[in-house]
Design a protein around this ligand. Structure first.
Ligand SMILES: C[S@@+](CC[C@H](N)C(=O)[O-])C[C@H]1O[C@@H](n2cnc3c(N)ncnc32)[C@H](O)[C@@H]1O
Length: 211
């Protein structure tokens, strides 16, 4: 997601944050070499932020919507205790083998379980409670994911939704995905069930804390 936050400022922030380990750096290389749209990966700064969220919330059970090649899942799994669990959903069989191969190599990979198929159907059958939910799949379904995830979230659990500033396109929405993010943001903003903040990290991350 390049070009939204000043690149030099973002680089400075990365240099003064926890650096990705060798496995995450290799995953980035492989993703850029092999996957379409590698910029979908959350990357080192947001990855460190997500791991920090897991630690701060003492999450033991996490739901992720949007695995891709597994970067965010690996970051969050590292923040989990040894008996923690992260369920991650994706339907793209071209990228999931990459994620699986890195989960196998990570000392935290045993905490991660992949749910294959359309996440809208997966969420309808999952059982809660989860401590933390990370939404990072198709923007057109964000509202649906949010409404399905909220009942699965424990009281005082946290939803983090990625890309909620959508490269600034929320200010002048043109395409359907732009409008979907605008609708999602408006919905969360007036949702009295949660306390919320839009964090201007990378492409925007909304945190919604369930009251
Ligand atoms: C932005 S990427 C996720 C990036 C990932 N969190 C990371 O850090 O590498 C979005 C992913 O959502 C998946 N996706 C989109 N729509 C989906 C759906 N309806 N069901 C399941 N997965 C979906 C795509 O296949 C893609 O891999």
């Amino acid at each position: 997601m390049p070009g939204f936050i000043d690149e030099a400022v973002e680089q400075y922030a990365k240099e003064h944050s926890e650096a990705p380990d060798a496995l995450l750096r290799e995953l980035t290389e492989i993703t850029y070499a092999q996957a379409k749209s590698p910029g979908m990966q959350v990357g080192p700064l947001e990855g460190a932020f997500l791991r920090m969220l897991v630690r701060l919330t003492h999450a033991k059970r996490i739901l992720e919507v949007g695995t891709f090649t597994g970067y965010s899942a690996l970051c969050m799994a590292e923040g989990l205790p040894a008996d923690g669990e992260l369920i991650t959903c994706d339907r793209d069989e071209k990228v999931l083998p990459i994620a699986e191969s890195f989960f196998r190599r990570s000392p935290h990979g045993h905490k991660i379980k992949i749910e294959r198929g359309d996440a809208r159907q997966t969420l309808a059958k999952l059982k809660g409670p989860f401590d933390l939910v990370f939404l990072d799949a198709d923007k057109e379904s964000y509202l649906d994911y949010y409404e399905k995830a909220l009942p699965l979230l424990k009281t005082h659990g946290l939803i983090a939704a990625d890309n909620t500033l959508w490269s600034g396109k929320v200010l002048n929405p043109q395409e359907e995905s732009d409008h979907a993010v605008v609708r999602f943001n408006a919905h969360v903003a007036k949702d009295a069930r949660v306390e919320k903040v839009v964090v201007t990290l990378r492409d925007g991350v909304t945190l919604a804390w369930k009251k």
